[in-house]
Each structure stands twice: as C-alpha cells, then as structure tokens.
Ligand binder design. Structure first.
Ligand SMILES: [Zn+2]
Ligand SMILES: [Zn+2]
Length: 201
C-alpha cells in the first residue's frame, strides 16, 4: 500500500489503494496466487482423476474373473446336460430291456416246439396270448411318456453374476464387487455360493 503515490488505483478485491507501480505489483502477486491456488490445484486434480481411471488393471482383473466364471459355469452346465442325456438313454433302454427278455423266453419256446415238431392247438393259443401281451406292453410304452424331463427354470440369470458398487465406510474408497450366487440344484452346490471380490479404487 502506498501513502505517497499519485495516480492512486484501488483494488476492487481488497479495497486497498496503490500507486500505479505498486498496483501492477499487486496484480502480479494476484496472478501468481491465482496460478498457484486455482490453476495448479485444478491441474493436479485432473491428473489424479486420470491416474485413477488409468488402472484398467482393476477392471481387467474383474473381467478376467468374469471370464473364468463363464468358462467354469459352461463346463458345469455341459456336465449336467451330459448326465441328463445319459439318464434318458438308460431309462429308455431299461424299458425295452425287459420286453426283449420276455420275448426271448417266447422265442426259446417257439424254437423248441418247432425243433421237436410237437406243438398243438393249446401251444398256439398260449403263445399267441403271450405275444399279444408283449405287443400291448410295447404299445403302452410308446404311448405313455414314462420318462420326463424335470427342468429347474427358477434360475435368475441376472443375479447369477453381477457387479455393484460397494457401500464402503472408508472415505475416498469406492469399490466394485462381483457377486455370483450359484443355483444349488443345477450346480450341485449346497445352498448359495457367494463369491465376493472387493477392490478399492
Ligand atoms: Zn487487492
Ligand atoms: Zn506505490
């Protein structure tokens, strides 16, 4: 501040009076202060934001874990599907197996009778009856669906794996978590398997 200066200038900010020379110095100081306290702080902040964004390592890591989950889940589903196919084939072959066995005993009898040429009317009637019964069983088997598929479609696929922001108590830490509860029936897991990954950004 000047007391002897002529051509007084007043600074609108601090309401102080200056001579021209000191006013210019004051302006220079202000501009340095502006640079230090505003522009530089802004630039620092911008840099920090970029450096936080840059570690795509974090999101890459989470994505890699999702990839792993995807692969292992597909493997599990394929295994279960293969098992179900096996069950279908086995259940159907069980049905026809007993019919084949019964028809086999009839065939033995037919062969014996033909070989010995010893059949009479009652043999024809008896064997005819047996064959009719077997025919009936076969018709019934193909008519009724003894084997049916039980599919559990209660799986909420959108909740099977998902990412969400963690409500962390620590200040300045924002985190993302990936959750994948697995369906108990489909994946032979007891209860829900809950996987949690937390990474502070
Ligand atoms: Zn001033
Ligand atoms: Zn002055």
């Amino acid at each position: 501040m000047c007391d002897k200066g002529r051509g007084m200038c007043i600074c609108d900010g601090c309401k102080a009076y200056f001579c021209t020379r000191h006013f210019n110095e004051h302006r220079q100081q202000l501009s340095m202060q502006f640079d230090r306290d505003v522009v530089k702080i802004h630039d620092d902040l911008l840099e920090q934001i970029h450096s936080v964004k840059q570690p795509n390592i974090v999101s890459d890591d989470l994505c890699a874990q999702i990839d792993d989950w995807e692969t292992s889940t597909i493997v599990k589903i394929k295994k279960v599907a293969q098992l179900a196919r096996h069950q279908v084939i086995q259940l159907f072959s069980q049905e026809t197996q007993s019919l084949t066995e019964n028809l086999g005993t009839v065939a033995d009898e037919i062969r014996t009778l033909l070989k010995e040429d010893s059949f009479a009317e009652d043999d024809i009637e008896r064997l005819q009856l047996k064959l009719n019964q077997l025919q009936k069983s076969l018709d019934q088997q193909s008519q009724t669906e003894n084997v049916k598929l039980i599919i559990d479609d209660r799986i909420d696929w959108n909740r099977l794996i998902y990412a969400e922001k963690q409500k962390g108590k620590e200040k300045k830490s924002s985190a993302i978590e990936i959750c994948f509860p697995l369906s108990s029936i489909l994946f032979n897991e007891k209860g829900h398997f809950y996987f949690r990954i937390s990474i502070a950004l």
